[in-house]
Design a protein around this ligand. Structure first.
Ligand SMILES: NC(=O)c1ccc[n+]([C@@H]2O[C@H](COP(=O)([O-])OP(=O)(O)OC[C@H]3O[C@@H](n4cnc5c(N)ncnc54)[C@H](O)[C@@H]3O)[C@@H](O)[C@H]2O)c1
Length: 370
């Protein structure tokens, strides 16, 4: 199989979808790898390292797409990339379709095989390709949230951990999954008072067991959310309903309950966000203010720490890349349920229910197509 690695073009996205060692392993299995010039430079990997590992360096994205059977990316294709994608070409990347009808329709029209990292799912229900980036984003949410709480950056001027004799800040985390747990660990480690709200009692029991004493757990319901955000200095949005748009847990009206100069970091913005007033922002212009509350909505947070993120991502994706490359498509989709669950669009049809429902578009059963 010919595998293509284009350079990411989303604003300030410095990650790359494959390390030189990934090239080496794919070559050892008999595949060819085409890497776009400078694809890895933002993560600290030079073209020469890819060349030494056995890749061919290609100067234009058009050529990479044209020659490749499978494209491996990090972020969803952008408008200029839509027309480069062709029928039956496998595109393996984060898509987050439920957040963009335009992208969904473009991939349907292209008739490609869209395998979304975020919906590849293990039998246990775990999302193995979302996990590493959620770990990074959860930890960053506190690092970035702390920065925007500083006066110079528009915040109320409060130190997360306080100091002896001065109380620490209060951090409220909506959703106690991977993002929420990593955010809680960081915030608690810095000495903040932390609450985690989730709808899963089982998850709350687990968190209550493993978290330190400055973390409390609460059932997620409108009354608890209203009360908690009115006391919060920093709110982290970390909910997920796999493949679907995030539920709106903080409405525009509820913002009035929050303290001026407090900060919301809505990590779930890539699934539409769990705060009504959030919209996607970039690393260049990460924040804006509504009702005196700072909103941070960077949709590709891990892109800000590419050295860490690229390694964390490719540690998780490479085994799946090898599985897809080493067996003919659609055979792998028939025998491997984890990969089958990753397929969102196939043969111009939407085969992931929540994506079809998000835009009221027709849904097709993947087994009928395979
Ligand atoms: N912005 C970024 O750069 C970035 C990076 C990584 C992940 N994410 C996003 O962060 C979000 C969270 O990811 P995750 O890996 O932690 O997911 P996860 O599945 O591990 O956790 C989600 C949690 O949300 C809980 N939940 C669902 N509905 C809820 C509700 N109404 N109230 C409270 N909790 C609720 C679930 O029970 C679960 O525990 C996703 O949207 C993911 O795409 C964004």
């Amino acid at each position: 199989m010919i595998i293509g690695i284009p350079k990411e073009i989303k604003t300030n996205e410095n990650r790359v979808s494959l390390l030189p060692v990934g090239v080496e392993l794919l070559k050892a299995c008999g595949h060819s790898v085409l890497v776009e010039t400078n694809a890895g430079s933002g993560s600290g990997f030079a073209d020469d390292e890819y060349k030494t590992a056995g890749a061919e360096i290609i100067s234009t994205p058009a050529e990479v797409y044209k020659k490749s059977d499978m494209i491996i990316k990090v972020k969803e294709p952008l408008k200029v990339e839509y027309e480069l994608i062709r029928e039956n070409q496998i595109i393996f990347t984060y898509f987050h379709f439920a957040a963009s009808e335009e992208l969904t329709k473009a991939m349907v029209d292209s008739k490609c095989v869209a395998i979304a990292y975020e919906t590849v799912q293990e039998k246990s229900g775990q999302l193995p390709l979302l996990t590493p980036m959620s770990e990074v984003a959860g930890r960053m949410a506190i690092q970035d949230g702390a920065r925007y709480l500083e006066k110079l950056h528009g915040g109320k001027g409060i130190l997360l951990g306080g100091v002896p004799g001065v109380e620490p800040a209060k951090v409220v985390i909506l959703g106690g999954g991977i993002v929420g747990t990593n955010a809680a660990k960081m915030a608690a480690g810095l000495g903040a008072r932390v609450s985690i709200l989730d709808i899963s009692l089982e998850r709350l029991r687990y968190l209550d067991d493993v978290m330190p004493k400055n973390v409390i757990t609460l059932m997620s319901n409108p009354a608890n959310i209203r009360n908690e955000i009115s006391l919060a200095d920093l709110v982290v949005g970390a909910v997920l309903i796999p493949g679907a748009k995030a539920p709106n847990l903080i409405t525009r009206d509820m913002l009035k309950l929050m303290k001026k100069g407090s900060v919301i970091v809505d990590v779930a913005v890539d699934q539409g966000g769990c705060v009504e007033t959030i919209h996607p922002t970039t690393h260049e212009e990460p924040i804006y203010e509504i009702e005196g509350v700072i909103h941070y909505g960077v949709a590709n947070m891990p892109g800000g720490v590419p050295m860490t993120s690229t390694k964390a991502l490719t540690n998780a994706t490479l085994p799946y890349v090898l599985k897809i490359a080493n067996s003919d498509f659609p055979q792998i989709a028939k025998v491997n349920e984890e990969i089958r669950k990753g397929i969102n669009i196939l043969n111009g049809k939407i085969v992931y229910k929540q994506v079809a429902e998000a835009f009221d578009l027709p849904f097709s059963n993947i087994d009928d197509i395979l």
